[in-house]
Ligand binder design. Sequence first.
Ligand SMILES: [Fe+2]
Ligand SMILES: [Fe+2]
Length: 566
Amino acid sequence: MSHRDDPQRPARRSGAADSSAVSLTRREFFKGTGASGVSAAAALALVAGEAKSAAADGTPEQIHLTWGEDPSSCVIVSWASPGQSINARVEMRHASSRSRTVHAIQRTYTDGLNGQTVFTYHARLEGLQPNSTFHYQVTADNDRHRDRPFTAAFQSAPRGRVPFRWTSYGDLATPVTSWTLSSPQSRYAVQAVERFAPLFHLLNGDLCYANLNPAAQPAVWADFGNNVQVSAAHRPWMPCPGNHEIEFGNGAQGFDSYLTRYSLPHNGTAFPGLWYRFQVGSALFISLSADDVIYQDSGAFVAGPEPLRPAPSTGHAPIEPGVSLYIHGYSAGAQTRWLEETLRAAAADDSIDWIIVQMHQDALSSSKTGNGSDKGIREAWLPLFDRYGVDLVLCGHDHDYERSWPVRGCNRDVGRDAATGAPIDTCQPNPIFTKAPMDGSYDTSRGTIHLILGGGGTSVPVDVYGADPATGLPQAKVITKPNRPFLSAVADTFTKSGADALEDAIWSARRDAESGYGVAVFDLDPGIPRGKTSITVRYYHASGADRVPTADYTLFESFVLSKNRR
Ligand SMILES: [Fe+2]
Ligand SMILES: [Fe+2]
């Protein structure tokens, strides 16, 4: 649904950084963020005023961690500053070693719509001991708080077959409600991750919806970054790009804002940062950019009737009504080739028991008010997931919760055209069973489970699910072809159609109609040699948040994945 919001809606304030946080200790920092949504938002607005009046200096803000190629030995500290930093650096310390200084590299871009230049910094902390705690400070010569720089600590990943926890959701937005699709729930969602204290968090795309606030994209990113810092300065947050990271004027695919802010593991292709892999313990995590293969057109879009006019300083021409940034096929197969090579190597690697995939859009969604399922993913990637035994796929995009049965293969020609009822091939995924196993644990070596975790913190939940009117059984909308903009009945205004097909959602196992918000918590148990290994999944939802944002996350369901250890 979100992509149908008017991308030209003007921003009502120029957001700025919650830069007060950077000078606080971790203890003070957490105390400060325990406030209720309303008062915390008010504080943010005040601080924003302060930051706006301050000089554009090198004070660090939007501080966040990501894993390097090997999470047991490399973590990257990234941040932004209002102006250019001088001698941007991280001072780090481990209990058993002397402190050391790691200088950051600068990456900048100039927003293609409002002409603002964004300064970001990335310090690569390498040669870390596994499973160890590191304290660090972020500062620069022109840091307003250099007498008391931002300080935090993180844990490097363990090595070998060891237990660990991660968490996940997508579609977070910001707590600054004047931005399109933002909600106070976004602040509670970040706090929820801290409460579960995972080793790391997977953020499944649609980070902040800056492209729905085109006049102020960098300010929306800043509000997002400062909200996320509450957790992401203490544990890596690993993102994948979603359709709302696709921005006019910011690179060939519109991902320059995203790619400038995040330092992610190299993939060895011409598209660094858009897809990557990393291994923690016995689990391989693969992060994908599904806009490359989906049929949906849901990136930046000018609905009209007025063109979108970039600031004169950008030198960019107005973008006419009806123009959308549709990037289907942008890697010309490079991503899918990389995925197959990565999966083939994983299948031959005895240190890997589990393969977890993260992407934004959904191959299996029966949301009625959201986007639905996309046949593009079913065609391009589900056969690879089958061939190489992917256990779990974590998505967002539809702002709800849905769990599939384990699926393998697909049934052909069982869908129908949404308008005419004519038969249509939706590649309906085939569940290997449709009852919960007697022992309560799912053997994912037999089929892949898809989870939609789109309930980060936007203002638009879509937890209304499709049902066949005749049988009452779950029914899914499926997008089987591009839905490019067309002229609507309103003069000079363009629109896009929704999903073009329907199918019986025989693969749908559980849907949460009570709340469109939640966080999934995964606990991996490596098991013992010649025994079973398992992942216990607990999904906590924010009951009532569809009506009133709440900090209260309660258990909705839990289930176990279990398989023979290699
Ligand atoms: Fe979204
Ligand atoms: Fe999305």
